[in-house]
Design a protein around this ligand. Structure first.
Ligand code: ADP
Ligand code: MN
Ligand code: MN
Ligand code: MN
Ligand code: MN
Length: 337
């Protein structure tokens, strides 16, 4: 008999940005199957999710994978329910209307590895700056690359956990990185991004003094890129459109709901979506083939594939909730028949 360690993960109720929480449940010889996982509860009065008088919130398991960092360990992503079983208001996953998993999402998660002592990205000298942006994106060499060992260790964890991770790259700012996860099914894509974020943040605990910074513009309005979470998406309509007009009709559907989208694309995103550094201004809406300054980019692939494929919403910030981003995109795309 082995004691299985189940790490139940949930999103707290903090505003404007929710954080990850987790606690460990021991059971005998867990089967590895989602349906064998019981609901559990936590003290919602400690996470801005309940009043002290009736503090129990329910965690309902929605995704499970092996925990590569813990012997006999499992990572259990959960959604938070009220005591009566209805979705808690902090539960973005419950907003996703994609019953048949027709929506595929590929999220590009950017982040900074942060030095808590200097309060700057890893690789930034104390009180100063490294050389200006240019050599860092996909760079190589000790003068350009900071934290590759952490990025690679995280990649290995994602692979061992069985996540649908597609790649990683060094980003435009020093100490800034990206990983991509794509899943067929919006809820699954969200689950996997959150589990990958969990493993990344937990990884920094053993490198005393480092953490992950998901702020969309952690260096303010200096000449350093912010961090996004580009949302690549498709449904069967987009994947089989074979029509420039239809693809552009989908893009046009986003025009009248800019505010609704921006509302769930992450806090402080106004600091990032300035129209500079490969972004569109937060007040604008635009789309175009291969256009990295647009709100929505039509990838060259989609055009070259006879106008069938996927689209990229470049506006979501690195700190956005992938559940809420996906739910909002689905709502808009579903208005197009
Ligand atoms: P870039 O940096 O050029 O924007 P990336 O390679 O980082 O591109 O990310 C592109 C993402 O698009 C990948 O995560 C990929 O899985 C995703 N993707 C590809 N095809 C589809 C599709 N049909 N539906 C949804 N996402 C897709
Ligand atoms: Mn207790
Ligand atoms: Mn990318
Ligand atoms: Mn990127
Ligand atoms: Mn992109």
């Amino acid at each position: 008999m082995a004691k299985s360690k189940l790490e139940y993960i949930w999103l707290d109720g903090y505003k404007p940005t929710q954080s990850l929480r987790s606690k460990t449940k021991l059971v005998d010889d867990f089967s590895g199957k989602l349906e064998d996982l019981p609901d559990w509860s936590f003290d919602g009065s400690s996470t801005e999710q309940a009043e002290g008088g009736s503090s129990d919130c329910i965690m309902k398991p929605v995704f499970v994978c092996p925990d590569p960092a813990v012997k006999d360990g499992w990572l259990v992503m959960t959604e938070v329910l009220n005591a009566d079983g209805t979705p808690h208001e902090s539960n973005g996953r419950a907003l996703i209307d994609d019953e048949d998993d027709d929506f595929w999402f590929g999220f590009e998660q950017e982040y900074f590895i942060w030095d808590n002592t200097t309060n700057r990205p890893i690789g930034f000298p104390e009180g100063g700056f490294p050389a200006p942006q240019g050599p860092y994106y996909c760079g190589v060499g000790g003068q350009n690359v900071f934290g590759r060992d952490i990025k690679d260790e995280h990649l290995e964890l994602c692979i061992e956990a069985g996540l649908d991770i597609e790649g990683t790259n060094g980003e435009v700012a020093a100490g800034q990185w990206e990983f991509q996860i794509m899943a067929k099914g919006a809820a699954s894509a969200g689950d996997q991004i959150w589990v990958a974020r969990y493993m990344l943040e937990r990884l920094t605990e053993k490198y005393g003094g480092l953490s992950i910074n998901y702020h969309p513009k952690p260096l303010g309005q200096l000449d350093w890129n912010g961090s996004g979470m580009h949302a690549n998406f498709s449904n069967s309509l987009i994947r089989t459109a074979a029509s420039e007009a239809k693809i552009k009709e989908v893009c046009e559907a986003f025009r009248s709901v800019v505010d609704e989208h921006i509302a769930v694309y992450g806090a402080y995103n106004d600091q990032r979506l300035t129209g500079k550094h490969e972004t569109a201004a937060i007040t604008d809406f635009s789309y175009g083939v291969s256009d990295r300054g647009a709100s929505i980019r039509i990838p060259l692939y989609t055009k070259n594939n006879g106008w069938s494929g996927y689209l990229e919403d470049r506006r979501p910030a690195s700190n956005a909730d992938p559940y809420k981003v996906a739910a909002r995109i689905i709502k808009t795309v579903k208005t197009v028949k």
